[in-house]
Design a binder for this molecule. Structure first.
Ligand code: FAD
Ligand code: UDP
Length: 369
């Protein structure tokens, strides 16, 4: 008898397996229908020996010391500040929009104060920032919105920004200085030997059994367990009872080039040209030295593996029905980006998993006493 059956060996499932086994002595069976652990953070050495991320570029960043410290038990780190350029009008300029972006694009020599005044002049005031369009035009006006955000967002989500929640584009700040880092979190690091290695160490415990290439439905009837932790899509668990929740997918196209470098930054975004949204060159992220280089193109897709919940009001409404049902389902816990239908980064998923662990723990203590 297992104490926990955990479905999904990504961040949510693996953190919970680790905590429950190591701290509480629980017997855990962790399954994944994929052939590997680490979920969407899975990385591996490709045919040329270059470390790549199978499901697109994953850069770790967090402001939370406790998340950084927790993961530091399982990996050493390599400091890494991600930089992104946008290819617009034949030029590569920094994104998030900063002083250099505007000066290069407009052929100007503005100071930070002048740029602040420019933004104040062109910004379209909004009483409430409801949509992904509002979040941008209220800060930088329509011209920069059209140049950097409208096309990219339509490509990425297959929906106009005016129909998506503000949180989608609010992820990208606007700057009036020359800071060209994509993230400004306190901790910005990459696992020195890769994410998969970090997960291997996390799951290396005698109380954790890992079964890969195994879908929950194949084994649910045969495996005895006390409690279930579900980190797959929440609508799938409930057989689409309230209708399917929409997810956005991607197709990844990898290319290895016979050159040491392909592009001047980790990622180059293509807001207005091509069918792909961005190209990432892994060696920037991993710091690997190699005489070849591997890049990945991301092509947004309506169908395929569910990668992104789609933040918009009607989807949140449908998720609420699933959330209420989830809360009423005894001995089943839901965690992670797909199971809680939230556009979460890795650190947020780790935080959510640790919180759930605390809740499970206090319930167990209560039932023992
Ligand atoms: P997942 O990693 O999706 O794990 C869920 C697992 O459950 C999967 O492996 C799946 O196979 C398994 N599963 C589902 N259903 C079943 C079933 N029925 N039976 C068995 N197994 C099942 N975050 C960052 O912080 N920084 C980044 O730079 C970043 N970049 C990203 C880039 C892309 C292209 C994408 C898609 C995401 C990115 N993220 C990034 C987000 C990050 O991937 C997630 O926050 C994190 O991986 C979510 O972990 P999870 O455990 O919730 O889900
Ligand atoms: N975005 C954009 N142009 C850009 C970068 C981002 O329009 O050059 C928008 C787009 O809607 C994207 C969202 O901002 O989906 C969040 O960007 P982020 O880079 O955080 O996306 P992720 O890495 O999660 O795919």
């Amino acid at each position: 008898m297992f104490d926990f059956l955990i479905v999904g060996a990504g961040f949510a499932g693996s953190v919970l397996a680790e905590r429950l086994a190591r701290e509480d002595g629980a017997r855990v069976l962790l399954i994944d229908r994929r052939s590997h652990i680490a979920g969407n953070a899975f990385d591996f050495y490709d045919d040329s020996g270059i470390l790549v991320h199978r499901y697109g570029p994953h850069i770790f960043h967090t402001n939370a010391p406790e998340i950084f410290e927790y993961l530091s038990q399982f990996t050493e780190w390599r400091p890494y500040q991600h930089r992104v350029l946008a290819s617009v009008e034949g030029r590569l300029v920094p994104i998030p929009i900063n002083l250099d972006t505007v000066n290069t694009l407009f052929g100007l020599n503005l100071t930070s104060e002048e740029l602040t005044a420019y933004f104040a002049r062109v910004a379209e005031p909004r009483e409430r920032l409801l949509t992904a369009e509002d979040a941008v035009v209220s800060k930088v006006g329509r011209h920069l919105y059209n140049t950097f955000f409208r096309g990219y967002t339509r490509k990425q989500w297959g929906i106009d920004p005016s129909a998506l929640d503000a949180q989608v584009t609010a992820r990208i700040p606007t700057r009036t200085n020359r800071d060209d880092r994509y993230f400004t979190d306190r901790f910005q690091v990459m696992p020195r030997h890769g994410y998969t290695r970090m997960f291997e160490r996390m799951l290396d415990h005698p109380n954790i059994k890992v079964m890969l290439n195994t879908d929950y439905r194949e084994i649910e009837a045969f495996v005895p367990y006390r409690e279930l932790i579900w980190t797959g899509p929440v609508d799938e668990y409930f057989d689409d009872r309230f209708g399917p929740l929409p997810y956005r997918s991607l197709e990844f196209r990898f290319e290895t080039h016979d050159a040491t470098t392909f592009q001047p930054a980790g990622t180059v975004n293509y807001p207005n040209d091509y069918d792909y949204t961005r190209i990432t060159e892994f060696k920037h992220l991993t710091g690997q030295s190699h005489d070849k280089t591997t890049i990945v193109y991301e092509y947004p897709r309506a169908d395929g593996d569910p990668y992104y919940p789609i933040p918009r009001p009607e989807n949140a409404e449908r998720y609420k029905a699933y959330e209420a049902l989830a809360e009423m389902t005894p001995n089943v816990h839901f965690a992670g980006r797909l199971a809680t239908y939230r556009y979460y980064n890795m650190d947020q998923v780790v935080a959510q998993a640790l919180t759930l662990w605390g809740r499970i723990r206090s319930c167990r203590l209560l039932s023992v006493n």
